[in-house]
Write a protein that binds this ligand. Structure first.
Ligand code: G3P
Ligand code: MG
Length: 343
C-alpha cells in the first residue's frame, strides 16, 4: 500500500508539470537532429519509470510553413509523434487577426507558402509582394520576376484596392523589394498604391510582425540575422523618411501574449492526454536564446532552462537574461534534472 501511495503521488507530480520546448537550437538545427532531443521526447512520451505521458508543447519562433507541414517534417527528424494541438509557431496566434481584416499583405517566406498559411488562418483576401510587382514592375525597379513567380502571382489594379494591414509572417527573401512595398503602403492613403497620405499617421495601416528575434541559429557557424533585424532596419528607414516612429505589433517569444496563448494550448493538451483541462503548476521552458525563450519565460513566471546547443555560447549563465532553473549542456540534461526535481 505504501508503494502504491508513493507511485500515486509520483503520477500526480508528473501531471502537475509540463515542458515547453523551443525547437531551433534545442531539438534540431534546421533539418539536423540534436540526438538528445529525440531521447528527451521519448521519455516524455511515456518511456519513463511511471510509463505515463508527461505533458509538453512546442513553442517556436519559426515560421513560413503551414503548421501541418512543419509538424510532418519535425516528427520525421525527431522520430516522435507531434500533434497540431501541441504546436505553436510564431504566426499561429495571428490567426485571430483574420476576424479584423479582409485584404492583407503577407510578407516573407519561401515562394507562396505564407499565402497558404494565411489562407488556413481564415484570411479572405491575401496579397503577396509578387502580386504587386506583377501588376506594376516599377514598384521595385530591381526585382525581376521568374516564370514561376509570374505563374503564381495574382496581379490586380492595386491602385483601386485598400490593403487593410501588413503581416510580416516570415523572413524576407528580398529585403529591397519587401521594404519598398511596405514603405509605400505605410505612407499611402489607407493602403492604396500610387497614393501618398497627406497625414501619415491617421491614414496609416497597421503592421504586424510574427516574431522579433535578431538572430537565428542555422547550419552556419555563426547565427544569422532574423526577422527582428529586418524590422529594425524598416523602423530606421521609416523614421528617416517620415520623421515619425513606426507603431507596430510584434508576436512570438518573448512577448507576454504568446506565453498566455501557450497556457491555453497546455491546458487543452492536458485535456487531450489526461482528460483534465488544467494548467500544471510547474512549467519548464527549455530554450537556447536568452533574449527570447528565457527572458519571456522568466517574465511569465516559468522555470527556465538554457541549453548550450544553439544561440547561447556564453559562460556560466547569460548575464542579461539568466535562466532561473539553470544552464544545461543539452535538452536531455534539462529534462532529466527537472523530472528529478518534481517527480
Ligand atoms: O529565429 C527564427 C527561428 O528559427 C527560431 O526558432 O524554435 O528557436 O524559436 P526557435
Ligand atoms: Mg531556438
Amino acid at each position: 500500500a505504501e508503494m502504491q501511495d508513493l507511485s500515486d503521488e509520483k503520477v500526480r507530480a508528473a501531471k502537475d508539470m509540463a515542458f515547453v520546448f523551443d525547437i531551433d537550437g534545442v531539438l534540431v538545427h534546421g533539418d539536423r537532429l540534436i540526438p538528445e532531443g529525440q531521447r528527451a521526447l521519448e521519455i516524455l512520451n511515456g518511456d519513463n519509470e511511471l510509463g505515463i505521458k508527461i505533458p509538453h508543447i512546442f513553442l517556436t519562433n519559426g515560421s513560413g510553413k503551414p503548421e501541418a507541414a512543419r509538424i510532418e517534417q519535425l516528427s520525421k527528424i525527431l522520430h516522435q509523434p507531434i500533434s497540431m494541438e501541441q504546436f505553436i509557431q510564431s504566426h499561429t496566434p495571428m490567426r485571430a487577426l483574420s476576424d479584423y481584416y479582409n485584404t492583407v499583405l503577407v510578407v516573407g517566406g519561401e515562394g507562396y507558402r505564407c499565402r497558404e498559411v494565411a489562407e488556413q488562418y481564415g484570411f479572405n483576401d491575401i496579397v503577396v509582394p509578387n502580386d504587386i510587382i506583377a501588376w506594376d514592375p516599377t514598384v521595385a525597379p530591381y526585382r525581376i520576376l521568374t516564370d514561376e513567380d509570374r505563374a503564381t502571382s495574382r496581379p490586380r489594379d492595386f491602385s483601386k484596392i485598400n490593403i487593410e494591414a501588413i503581416m510580416v509572417f516570415s523572413d524576407s527573401r528580398d529585403y529591397a523589394t519587401d521594404i519598398q512595398i511596405i514603405m509605400d503602403l505605410l505612407q499611402s492613403e489607407h493602403g492604396r498604391f500610387h497614393t501618398k497620405a497627406k497625414d501619415p499617421i491617421s491614414q496609416r495601416i497597421p503592421i504586424y510582425f510574427s516574431q522579433g528575434d535578431l538572430l537565428c541559429p542555422t547550419e552556419h557557424p555563426l547565427p544569422r540575422m532574423s526577422q527582428g533585424a529586418f524590422r529594425i532596419g524598416l523602423e530606421a528607414m521609416y523614421k528617416a523618411l517620415t520623421g515619425e516612429d513606426l507603431e507596430r505589433v510584434v508576436y512570438g517569444k518573448p512577448e507576454p501574449a504568446t506565453y498566455k496563448y501557450a497556457d491555453e494550448v497546455i491546458m487543452n493538451w492536458m485535456d487531450i492526454i489526461h482528460n483534465d483541462e488544467k494548467l500544471p503548476r510547474n512549467i519548464y521552458m527549455v530554450g537556447d536564446n536568452p533574449a527570447s525563450d528565457i527572458v519571456g519565460g522568466n517574465n511569465y513566471g516559468w522555470n527556465t532552462c538554457l541549453v548550450r546547443t544553439g544561440v547561447f555560447q556564453g559562460g556560466e549563465n547569460d548575464e542579461t537574461n539568466p535562466a532561473n532553473f539553470g544552464v544545461f549542456a543539452n535538452v536531455l540534461d534539462a529534462v532529466k534534472t527537472a523530472i528529478k526535481k518534481e517527480i
